[in-house]
Design a binder for this molecule. Structure first.
Ligand code: GDP
Length: 317
């Protein structure tokens, strides 16, 4: 990928796409092709083909997807399966048809079987039943991975798939109903602190364990693999260690400066008990994450305060 290469980042306004874009720009890539959702509806096959025919990108980072936390996935399964199947099918097929040199597709750690042995190796994919709360999303993502592999086998198309663990960072969705746990808790603890409330409600029992990767580290891994990996096998991207939701809540309370009580609402789902990736494949290629969790949380909290909390205050909401 030389510096003048024409690169399309699909989903450049999302958490992952915006991190990849920041990274590409920081490294001096200038021939970037970007379209907002309004400019290009990726669920519209004809529009996607027309776009690829006109622009002819050489490299594609497919970071456009419908994503959400545990409640959003459980509430809108039809939207999750439909939008993701359409977006990825259209973009992968168009990339092949219009001569893209290489495409990077993003899976997710939540598409491994619910009771997969931990840490989860790449070969555990499709070896057991999925977590019911995000089954529709998972089936769509699995189809995307399979499609990338099938296009390599049948057409020799150079597509690779990454399996990122739970991500967080600037640009995340901080809506309490649809977000993932980190932005939700940053917001809940922040709002409790500024309004002087003494209690924050955390969903579930606090015992599930999750691994968290800063999205800038994911972007780093994405560029690393775009440059150095051309295999059919999927590649896990994570940090190699996890923490319980209870420990996470305590850490976020510390970062935010909330000194009240944390209570657990066990009527809310826990989801899968543990989700830790085996990252030995990626680590053996020489890649390592750089951002420790506490530092990443502090940086994300600062971003939240500057972009979300202040913007809401300014609107009086
Ligand atoms: P998951 O990794 O797919 O389960 O997605 P989430 O990030 O939404 O949830 C991770 C864990 O955090 C689950 O056990 C949730 O029940 C728990 N959790 C605790 N409080 C919250 C919250 O306020 N929002 C969300 N989304 N999850 C929470």
């Amino acid at each position: 990928m030389d510096k003048g290469a024409k690169i399309y980042v699909a989903g450049h306004r999302g958490l992952v796409g915006s991190a990849i874009l920041r990274r590409l720009q920081a490294e001096g890539y200038q021939n970037l092709v970007l379209r907002t959702r309004k400019e290009l509806d990726l669920t519209d096959q004809r529009a996607v083909y027309r776009f690829f025919e006109e622009e002819r990108p050489e490299y594609v980072f497919l970071a456009a997807a419908k994503v959400g936390g545990i409640l959003a996935n459980a509430t809108y399964p039809a939207d999750f399966i439909r939008e993701n199947l359409l977006i990825q099918t259209n973009v992968i097929d168009a990339a092949y048809r219009y001569g893209v040199k290489k495409l990077l597709f993003l899976g997710s750690s939540c598409i491994y079987p619910k009771y997969a042995p931990q840490p989860m190796k790449e070969e555990y994919l499709l070896t057991g039943p999925l977590e019911p709360t995000n089954e529709a999303y998972a089936v769509a993502k699995i189809a995307g991975i399979e499609m990338v592999q099938a296009y390599r086998r049948q057409y020799g198309f150079n597509g690779i798939s990454l399996m990122p663990t739970n991500l967080y960072g600037p640009g995340d969705n901080f809506d309490l109903e649809t977000s993932h746990v980190i932005p939700a808790l940053l917001r809940k603890f922040h709002e409790a602190k500024v309004s002087g409330r003494w209690e924050v409600v955390v969903w579930g029992t606090g015992t599930p364990r999750r691994e968290f990767l800063h999205v800038d580290d994911l972007a780093d891994a994405a560029l690393f693999l775009m440059r150095h990996y051309d295999g059919e096998e999927i590649v896990n991207v994570g940090v190699g260690e996890d923490i319980s939701i209870r420990e996470l809540a305590e850490l976020i309370a510390k970062v935010v400066g909330f000194r009240g009580k944390i209570v657990y609402d066990t009527s809310k789902p826990d989801g899968t008990p543990r989700k830790l990736l085996d990252v030995s494949r990626l680590f053996s290629m020489g890649w390592r994450p750089r951002i420790p969790l506490e530092e990443g949380l502090r940086q994300t909290y600062a971003w939240f305060q500057a972009h979300v909390a202040e913007a809401r205050g300014a609107r009086g909401g």
